[in-house]
Design a protein. Structure first.
Length: 556
């Protein structure tokens, strides 16, 4: 055989369900698979001969009753006249003969359940002979049929992943080998990988009878995921939103997800901005490096996605602290509050040390005797902030002094002015915050009990009022920290009037403003001054706003 010059030809005749066994000879006979001829299923006449001729060679020759042979051949024709079927059915019929009997009758056939019954009993008997491994064997066979009850081929790694939660998974290789030996599975070698499928179509009918509704739904979900994975490999196409939602809603049916599948689910969740937290945690549990995926998500335009990332980070332990600290500078309060709570939970106490590591955009005002805690912007909303709002919400009109939706040059960090109360409320809704009440504004400014945020004596070097002589707004924080309130809130006196949520007394047609402004004298900047109010639609060059949010309410 090793000498190609020898005039020797090797001819092998082998049943299809033994064919994969030839793979073990491929190293010695590299051309063994080069020339193949697959015989078609037996004809009716050939099947009849295969059933009857062995009976004539038995020590006590016997035969089939003529009517039974025709019925049997009719039944076998529906399954394709496969050789294993003939072997299994013929063996059982012969074994059913009484001692000394020489004819197999229709009664024997009916008693054994006809062709389908005998094939099914063979399967059950082979499974039962596996003893404690029988449950795993059933799970393997179930995994190898699709939701539309057809055979499918799976590689060993996929099978192991699918059955990873099975109690006897460590015996997988032995059970696979036993099922192959019993000719219930067909094994094939491709590119060094073992692939398995049900050896015969008749097995599908029996195995499908084991399928529960949960099994069927899990199979459908698996197939959706497998098709999606193929699309990802071939076209780099993520899972569409409807399919992703369907899979996410039934993820409890999925066990043993493969790394590649989880990675695709996470990429799809990121692409569609849905269930990011769910699949990120699943990915982390499977050892997928998710930090490079999560980090860009902290800059996603949608604050809900950023908040979902915080939820993920909070579950990842101390390794997530650096990213949580970065989130403290997020413009959305929902994100910052979640980051603060996550840091406090991980640190086992206050998040204040972490807060000091970055710019504090909000200041937490502690609860009073009857007042709840809240958080307020350290600075008024700036032109830079408002420009982001206008870019995201093109239906809103810019302030009158803006040109082509751009603030005056050099004023990006000045408080936005020329915005109505209605504009401020719209911005607050967009950012997930609200306008402060008069009581909240007063507490944040350091009152009651003092005239100005820094104390009772006016100092023109601590705020931008008419006394400062500047004649326009200044950048936010220009007088910080000297002009800050005891809580660390800046610009509560002067620079711009600030819209509040409260109406002016009983008249709901007007809204209160507090804090004074650059063109007004110091008396208007006193904390307790309440005599300034305007209509909600008015836009004034000395009026701006800052926002707050409650610490005890669920944010969007």
């Amino acid at each position: 055989i090793d000498d190609p010059q020898l005039p020797v030809h090797l001819l092998l005749s082998i049943r299809a369900d033994y064919f994969s066994d030839l793979a073990s000879f491929a190293h010695a006979l590299p051309t063994i698979f080069h020339q193949q001829y697959r015989l078609e299923p037996m004809s009716r006449a050939e099947a009849s001969a295969a059933l009857t001729r062995p009976l004539a060679d038995m020590p006590l020759p016997c035969s089939y009753a003529p009517d039974l042979l025709e019925t049997l051949l009719d039944d076998l024709e529906r399954t394709g006249m496969e050789l294993p079927h003939l072997q299994i059915i013929g063996t059982q019929l012969v074994a059913a003969l009484e001692v000394g009997a020489t004819q197999i009758t229709a009664a024997h056939y009916q008693q054994l359940g006809q062709a389908a019954g005998m094939l099914g009993s063979y399967l059950r008997r082979e499974i039962e002979q596996l003893g404690p491994d029988a449950p795993l064997a059933r799970a393997i066979l179930l995994a190898l049929i699709t939701s539309d009850h057809s055979r499918q081929t799976l590689d060993r790694v996929t099978l192991r992943d699918l059955l990873a939660q099975h109690a006897d998974i460590d015996t997988l290789d032995g059970v696979l080998a036993a099922l192959v030996t019993a000719r219930l599975l067909r094994r094939d070698e491709r590119d060094g990988m073992a692939w398995y499928e049900l050896a015969h179509d008749y097995l599908v009918q029996e195995v499908r009878s084991w399928v529960t509704p949960a099994d069927l739904e899990a199979s459908r979900i698996r197939e959706e995921l497998r098709w999606a994975l193929t699309a990802w490999r071939e076209r780099q196409r993520v899972i569409d939103p409807d399919t992703l939602q369907h899979i996410e809603q039934r993820r409890d049916l999925l066990t043993g997800l493969r790394v590649e599948e989880v990675a695709l689910l996470l990429q799809s969740a990121v692409a569609h901005r849905v269930a990011v937290d769910t699949w990120a945690l699943v990915a982390h549990r499977q050892g997928i490096a998710i930090w490079p995926i999560l980090r860009p998500l902290l800059r996603a335009p949608d604050q809900r996605i950023r908040a979902d990332v915080i939820a993920v980070l909070s579950a990842l332990g101390h390794d997530a602290l650096p990213m949580l600290c970065d989130a403290l500078a997020d413009p959305a309060p929902l994100v910052r509050v979640r980051a603060i709570l996550a840091i406090e939970a991980l640190a086992g106490g206050s998040a204040q040390p972490a807060l000091q590591r970055g710019l504090r955009y909000e200041v937490r005002i502690p609860a009073g005797a009857t007042e709840p805690a809240f958080s307020i912007d350290r600075y008024p909303v700036t032109n830079r902030d408002y420009a982001r709002f206008l870019a995201d919400q093109p239906q809103h009109t810019p302030p009158p002094t803006w040109v082509d939706r751009a603030s005056p040059t050099g004023y990006a960090d000045h408080p936005v002015v020329g915005v109505s109360w209605d504009d401020a409320v719209a911005y607050a809704a967009w950012s997930g915050k609200r306008l402060p009440s008069a009581a909240e504004w007063q507490r944040a400014a350091g009152g009651p009990g003092r005239r100005y945020p820094w104390g009772d004596e006016f100092d023109p070097g601590r705020c931008n009022t008419r006394e400062a002589g500047i004649g326009s707004t200044t950048s936010v924080g220009a007088y910080s920290p000297a002009g800050d309130s005891p809580h660390g809130v800046a610009d509560m006196a002067g620079n711009v009037w600030e819209w509040l949520s409260d109406p002016a007394g009983a008249n709901d047609d007007y809204r209160l403003l507090r804090g004074g402004a650059w063109r007004y004298s110091a008396s208007f900047a006193e904390i307790d001054y309440t005599g300034f109010y305007r209509r909600p639609e008015q836009q004034l060059e000395s009026v701006g706003f800052r926002l707050c949010f409650s610490l005890n309410e669920e944010k969007r």
